[in-house]
Design a protein around this ligand. Sequence first.
Ligand code: ATP
Ligand code: MG
Length: 265
Amino acid sequence: MQLPDATAPSATQTLKVIALANQKGGVAKTTTTLNLAVAFAEEGHRVLCIDMDPQGNLTMSQGIDPDTLERSMYDVLVHHVPIREVIQKREVDVACASIDLAGAEIAMSTMIGRERSLQKALKDIEGDYDFAFIDTPPSLGLLTINALTAAHKVIVPVQCEYLSMRGLIQLQNTLAMIRENLNPNVDIEGILPTLVDTRTLHAKEAIELLEENFGDRVFASRIRKTIRFAEAPVKGMSVLKYDPDGVAAHSYRQLAKEVLSNANR
Ligand SMILES: Nc1ncnc2c1ncn2[C@@H]1O[C@H](COP(=O)(O)OP(=O)(O)OP(=O)(O)O)[C@@H](O)[C@H]1O
Ligand SMILES: [Mg+2]
């Protein structure tokens, strides 16, 4: 992995926050958060991943046991503990979550400014990272709203099947509400076809339908279905580390290039 230095392209940037969101479960939000972040780190950027999902899958996928954490994103959001205190250094830095985060939505519900808890927490570390990638749970509740309020851009992983498309309308409505009330500039960076089974006509048709509806917002990068993505987290690794020369690693490096070139538009 390339180490960031003063000459890295990131040195003059300010923190850019990208949330990975889709209220549908199992569409590769967590997989994309980690592997895209590692691909950015390979390019020399200083990267933080933030686990906003009580399932703690992102935390676990870097080999961290959520049950052993003394403090987690719950304490950051609810008790305003500095986010630095819940960051662990692995392939990339991870702000960790555990199951107690499931209680955060209720604990925050009576707080003034409850939608901005994460945004405020990030102020502390603005100078420490170039990019923060936020993994969100499969819902449009207060945790996801915190992520969308803190974010500059949203990447939406979509499993290529017809039923997944319908959920996108709901996500767009939530984003419109966030723009109106909380974060005027947040927008979709891109829609990422994931779990693509290139052998099936259905996947091809689903991607065509996505492109008809969302045009050039659909990334050119596609993430194909491969068993590597199930194997890597068991070892506590990204696919970029587990199988550095494989197709899976390559597809996330491609995506990183695409996101970075969009940023320079
Ligand atoms: N390209 C892929 N090919 C094969 N399996 C994949 C791929 N991407 C992800 N997976 C597997 O699919 C499952 C769901 O992925 P992941 O956990 O990233 O989805 P998610 O959207 O974060 O789910 P949740 O909504 O529960 O948080 C995991 O077991 C993961 O290993
Ligand atoms: Mg997940």
